[in-house]
Ligand binder design. Structure first.
Ligand code: ADP
Ligand code: MG
Length: 373
């Protein structure tokens, strides 16, 4: 039997744990045509949640069309638009119809249409010059409106913070907003993980997307929801783990879905030939930390000496009491203003987050630092 746990892919269906309330909430936003800003730290499950909601819509509410756009890695308006064009086949799988729609909506640029052999659906690749970008955006938006005359459409723009990094972000955001505001039958889910960038985009008065969406922070999955989900997946493979042990796993990984998946992936493998014992957990955790070694080492090497000291200070003191003279002496930092400055930079790099106290965002970085720094 195939290992049911997976940590590098978006998960849906039986591999997707609970989030019933979040699924209902998102559907309610969509039904009310209310744009929503879905945000959380990285790897909390935003993309998986969106995909799960879209899957539900596909099965239960085919009166709503869904379009999922992953903006990760896009660096310009042009790439943004290309990504959207390339997904349009999801809304219209019939090549002839799609072609007709394109012909009637697009006036000044060319595009290639090819058929993806895997899905047998048409893929559009537009070709246009930077000078024509505004026109292409207009055409694209008109095309979306055409799709939305037949049925409501929900568009997820995942990793939306990337838009704020484009060279012409300000004017692109303004154009985008003005189109979005006119689209009465299209609802948007803006999703992203670099909180300071997203908050700046949606909460600063001088930005185009100021108050354009309801905020929906995604929290961790609760322990009581994890336990039956894990239990079922292990049981399906004839492996049984007590509820108490499942609870220990969830707590040890602080309810973090990716790390719990990763741990269960290894545990599943281990239990194929060994029975559970207390060393298993430690051993697997060690393997997980080792896997991250290179990534964390690079991160560490790229920090300044004072940032390294500040990170040690946070680790040692659990994020509290970071400015006391005697604490600074222990890590050999000269002044509290250095700490202030480094805390700011480390937060901008998303290594630390302020949640009352400063905490190290990535649980495994914390575990790695405790062993290596
Ligand atoms: N509801 C869930 N149930 C089980 N595992 C999940 C769930 N949500 C996320 N995960 C796990 O966490 C990983 C990261 O989720 P993802 O949706 O990519 O997060 P994000 O988009 O917030 O970065 C997934 O690959 C999966 O292993
Ligand atoms: Mg994601």
């Amino acid at each position: 039997m195939k290992n049911p746990f997976t940590y590098s892919n978006i998960v849906t269906g039986p591999y997707f744990c609970n989030r019933k309330k979040e699924q209902d909430d998102l559907l309610e936003f969509i039904r009310a045509s209310q744009n929503v800003l879905l945000y959380s730290h990285r790897r909390t499950g935003k993309s998986s949640l969106i995909k799960q909601v879209f899957l539900n819509i596909k099965h239960q509410s085919p009166d709503i069309g869904t379009l999922y756009i992953d903006l990760y890695g896009t660096t310009s308006e042009k790439e943004f638009m290309t990504r959207v064009f390339q997904q349009l086949n999801v809304l219209e799988t019939n090549t002839d119809k799609l072609l007709n729609l394109l012909k009637s909506s697009i006036n000044k640029f060319s595009f290639q249409i090819s058929v993806d052999p895997a899905t047998n659906s048409p893929t559009i690749t537009p070709a246009f010059k930077s000078a024509d970008e505004s026109l292409v955006l207009k055409n694209l938006m008109e095309l979306l409106v055409k799709f939305s005359t037949k049925r409501k459409i929900v568009i997820a723009l995942d990793e939306f913070q990337e838009v704020g990094k484009y060279a012409n972000a300000d004017s692109f955001e303004k154009q985008l907003r003005s189109y979005i505001q006119q689209q009465s039958n299209i609802c948007y889910i803006f999703s992203g993980s670099q909180q300071h960038l997203l908050t700046a985009m949606f909460q600063s008065q001088n930005r185009a997307f100021y108050q354009q969406a309801s905020s929906y922070p995604l929290k961790q999955i609760e322990t009581e929801h994890y336990i039956p989900w894990m239990e079922k997946l292990f049981n399906d493979g004839s492996l049984s783990i007590s509820k108490a042990n499942l609870k220990r796993i969830v707590e040890r990984f602080e309810n973090h879905p990716m790390y719990i998946q990763l741990f269960c992936f290894f545990l599943w493998r281990e239990l194929q030939h060994e029975s559970w014992n207390d060393q298993t957990v430690n051993m697997i955790e060690r393997v997980m930390i080792d896997q991250k070694h290179l990534e964390y080492q690079t991160l560490w090497d790229n920090l300044s000496i004072n940032q390294k000291k500040t990170l040690k200070l946070v680790l040692m003191n659990d994020g509290q009491n970071l400015f006391a003279a005697e604490e600074l002496t222990i890590v050999n930092i000269k002044t509290a203003s250095i700490v202030t400055r480094c805390l700011k930079t480390l937060s901008e790099k998303e290594i630390l987050v302020k949640n009352g106290n400063y905490i190290i965002q990535d649980l495994f970085l914390k575990k790695w630092l405790a062993l290596n720094a």
